[in-house]
Design a protein around this ligand. Sequence first.
Ligand code: SAH
Length: 216
Amino acid sequence: MADYSTSRERMVRRQIAARGVRSENVLDAMRKVPRERFLPKGQGVWAYEDAPQPIGDGQTISQPYIVAYMTEALDLEGGEKVLEIGTGCGYAAAVLAEIAADVYTMERIEGLATIASTVLDELGYDNVHVRQGDGTLGWPEEASFDAIVVTAGGPDVPGTLKHQLKIGGRLVIPVGKSSWYQQLVRVTRVAESEFETEDLVPVRFVPLIGEEGWDS
Ligand code: SAH
């Protein structure tokens, strides 16, 4: 099997650290996860390109920098319980799992959930729990969470997800009135029914489809 460690190190230096990601635990996580394993067979050579890549079913694996940026925005110190909506191929879940104690991740497309779960198992990420279903409704049995990250763009911040945050918890999600162009926002639950919202950067994600997202 090809050795991608040099490409991975270069990716972290040129695409991520050079653009301002400073968090050591995020940089370390990005240095560890073998991104090539999350791409469809034969596409591993594209794994360390500075771009999103197709993963089948019209979905994409996010650009490495965006994964790092969103993970940093969650402000994880280690040991947290994290919810991810939009597993896709499972790459971002693996990055989160390098830092957090447990990662719960939901994907609406069954085929992707199955593939992601297989790869994560093969790589030994036994702290990642994959479930097929509509993530806009969260994972009530496991709530509440220290951090929630949504890797698909919705028209608004799903209220259900806000209420699955612990007090002090952070939710990072792309939001926009167009289903292909969004603003990344961070919502912090500062008190039981008090939330603070910050605008981060403009982004482009596939649509978040579901009860509290876009219609399919
Ligand atoms: N986190 C992935 C990115 C996946 S792309 C990575 O590491 O690269 C976004 C994913 O969100 C797609 O696979 C799409 O099917 C999924 N998605 C869209 N709406 C969803 C919903 N309501 N619940 C769960 N997954 C959803």
